[in-house]
Design a protein around this ligand. Structure first.
Ligand SMILES: NC(=O)C1=CN([C@@H]2O[C@H](COP(=O)(O)OP(=O)(O)OC[C@H]3O[C@@H](n4cnc5c(N)ncnc54)[C@H](OP(=O)(O)O)[C@@H]3O)[C@@H](O)[C@H]2O)C=CC1
Ligand SMILES: O=C(CO)COP(=O)(O)O
Length: 429
């Protein structure tokens, strides 16, 4: 990646976009991502204001013409207004929340106190969950403002690379016009932005990739197969929650999920991956954010994800293990053993070797389902015999062991089982 910022070619060729000139946008939170998004919105034609947490920070940014602390070397466009959050939302038509998810509730409370116009749209940039319940940010925003006024942004988007070379953004909202308008302004700024109608899927994919990148970073020193398995287990565990909440598989497969996972797990500068590496090096969790100097979203969102998974009765031994690794109660070698020995639940085979059943068999299945003797096709969780994830014990796969807990559908799910670690792991070549 080039270190010298250069303007992107804008707008992207072949894309016919409405002119957004005159529409007002406000970005709250002048960290690396908030600053980068504000630069792009200004480039894309919005009348944009970036709000810092304090008056002093706003003065520093104005005087330097750049955000030296969070995005050094990227000039702030002359048409980008800088002020502190004390100025309030003013006449903004769009508000982008660029604060870490742990501070999102506080930022929204302040906006409401300051008097937010009833038509203003609110867009979350966060890739984490909101405490204390661990809800996706747009769920909290929709409760306050209504689903049609809220959106989120996901996708592979390291802040510096995004303003200098581009990114693969996803703008998502229940309101098609809102998602399309946000995508259009980024496209005008020269950055690819898909628009979708699956905000919760985008947000859970972002939270999953941060957790997976942290897990991979903590595990890679023990072997790349283990790192990949850690990421894969966490992704599928969080996907089951996303599916329960109505998310679409394409969201996890595409830019917001797999795309962002690869961008984060491969990036030496990724905060979440580095946090995992520091954990593996024995650095106490509470010292890591200070060393990195920025928000490490996964530290807060992994425990929230694990509680949400538990609340929904979804078996999540690896995400739960990651909580304990972060909390210092699971030693690294036991974490790696957990990753290396967890066996995902088996597929649910359909009759006829995976082919669609004929009309008579479909009728028979419906009858059995009505009588409660068969789980509906596509039901979440395990196959017809109710298996969840299992672990390898003495070297024998035991994927079909009956489990003790039950999920909300009444399907049996296993608790993370006690482990028998395999022989010491060696790095793969
Ligand atoms: N950086 C990236 O490449 C990407 C980040 N994101 C997401 O963007 C969000 C922000 O991350 P990022 O910019 O990287 O984080 P940083 O740690 O770089 O910056 C966070 C910023 O938020 C400010 N802030 C914190 N709380 C408040 C508040 N209550 N009101 C106003 N400002 C506040 C901080 O101010 P102060 O300096 O005073 O602490 C700081 O400027 C995260 O959810 C992250 O997941 C998404 C995609 C990419
Ligand atoms: O979300 C990101 C890139 O898309 C940034 O990831 P990190 O927070 O791990 O640096």
């Amino acid at each position: 990646m080039s270190e010298r910022p250069r303007p992107l070619a804008a707008p992207l060729r072949g894309v016919n976009l409405p002119n957004p000139l005159g529409r007002r946008a406000l970005v709250i939170g002048a960290g690396s991502f908030g600053t980068a998004v504000a630069v792009l919105l200004a480039r894309g034609g919005f009348r944009t204001t970036l709000q810092t947490r304090t008056v002093e920070q706003a003065e520093l940014l104005r005087a330097a013409g750049e955000n030296e602390r969070y995005l050094s070397g990227v000039p702030l466009p002359s048409n980008l207004r800088i002020e502190s959050i004390e100025a309030g939302p003013g006449k903004a038509e769009f508000i982008f929340l660029g604060v870490p998810s742990a501070q999102l509730g506080e930022a929204v409370d302040r906006l409401e106190r300051q008097g937010l116009d009833k038509r203003t749209k609110v867009v979350s940039l966060s890739k984490g969950l909101v405490p204390p319940l661990g809800v996706p940010p747009t769920v909290l925003l929709a409760e306050r403002f209504g689903t049609q006024r809220v959106a989120c942004i996901g996708g592979p988007a390291h802040a510096r690379e995004m303003v200098t070379q581009g990114a693969g953004l996803v703008a998502s909202s229940a309101d098609e016009e809102l998602a399309a308008t946000i995508a259009a302004v980024f496209l005008r700024a020269g950055v690819v932005c898909e628009h979708t109608d699956d905000p919760v899927g985008v947000e859970l994919a972002g939270a999953a990739k941060n957790a997976a990148a942290l897990a991979a970073g903590a595990t890679e020193g023990q072997g790349l197969n283990a790192a990949g398995a850690a990421a894969g287990h966490i992704f599928i565990e969080v996907w089951r929650l996303a599916e329960r909440l109505g998310a679409q598989p394409a969201t996890f497969i595409g830019l917001a999920g797999t795309g962002d996972l690869v961008a984060t797990a491969l990036a030496p500068q990724s905060r979440n991956r580095r946090a995992g590496e520091l954990l593996a090096a024995g650095v106490p969790t509470n010292e890591i954010p200070g060393r990195i100097g920025q928000a490490v979203e996964a530290f807060e969102s992994v425990p929230l994800l694990a509680s949400a998974l538990q609340r929904h009765g979804i078996s999540a031994p690896v995400t739960t293990g990651l909580v304990r690794l972060i909390g210092g109660t699971l030693p690294l070698d036991e974490w790696v053993a957990l990753v290396r020995t967890t066996v995902p639940p088996p597929a649910s085979w359909r009759a006829g070797g995976g082919q669609e059943p004929g009309p008579l068999r479909r009728w028979w299945h419906r009858m059995l389902e009505r009588l409660g003797l068969r789980r509906p096709a596509g039901a979440l969780g395990a196959g017809p015999d109710g298996n969840g994830a299992a672990t390898l014990g003495d070297g024998t796969a035991s994927a079909g062991e009956p489990s003790r807990a039950a999920d909300v559908d009444g399907d049996a799910v296993p608790e993370p089982a006690a482990l028998e670690p395999p022989a010491a792991a060696a790095p793969s070549d």
